[in-house]
Design a protein around this ligand. Structure first.
Ligand code: SF4
Length: 196
């Protein structure tokens, strides 16, 4: 079963899926990941203390807040742990925290589809339809709304299928053409396809 993080990684660079799920290479300890976990705890603490949900949005004042929601779907072949789920009388709204900057007020592409994958899992687990989701970027304090359109559903399902195919058929895909992504890549030392 693949994870929602795989969706994010695949859109960063498809080769990461191959290193992780086919070759099972060992990864060096990731300091950024540890820092991210600490910051995540901080963010959850703040959100628990807030009167309303999602940064004082009055529309969500009486919403129930669920944190670290474990989700799994055998139908989708996907699982993940969602940062934050807002439950109102009318809808469920997935939220993902990111500890960086937004893309000029928009979601980064891999974050957008990561969140859409969470939304599909929420739909499957709670037998509901998710209409919107949010990515919160802590550095510039931006909440980006993602509308769950037919197009985003189709593209997300297609991405999940492509990842599953790499894993099942042990296919080595091409890497990213964005050389900037290779600079900090933790798989760089294994990779013969570093973008230049
Ligand atoms: S070094 Fe570049 S091409 Fe290789 S896995 Fe990392 S991001 Fe992808």
């Amino acid at each position: 079963m693949i994870t929602v993080s795989d969706v994010k990684q695949y859109l960063y660079c498809p080769k990461i899926i191959y290193f992780d799920h086919v070759l099972h290479v060992s990864k060096p300890a990731d300091q950024k990941l540890e820092t991210g976990k600490e910051k995540h705890q901080e963010m959850v603490g703040k959100e628990k203390r807030r009167k309303g949900a999602l940064f004082y949005d009055t529309e969500l004042d009486s919403a129930e807040k669920l944190f670290k929601v474990e989700l799994e779907s055998s139908r989708l072949g996907l699982k993940g742990v969602l940062d934050y789920l807002i439950r109102t009388e009318r809808e469920l709204i997935p939220v993902d925290y990111k500890f960086g900057y937004s893309n000029d007020g928009q979601a980064h592409l891999n974050h957008k589809y990561q969140l859409a994958a969470y939304a599909l899992l929420v739909e499957d687990s709670f037998q509901t339809t998710v209409r919107r989701a949010y990515v919160h970027y802590s550095r510039d304090r931006v909440n980006v709304r993602i509308d769950m359109t037919d197009e985003i559903r189709r593209r997300t399902s297609k991405t999940i299928g492509e990842i599953a195919r790499i894993v099942e058929e042990e296919i080595e895909p091409g890497g990213t053409r964005n050389s900037g992504r290779c600079i900090d890549c933790e798989y760089r030392r294994y990779c013969s396809g570093v973008a230049v």
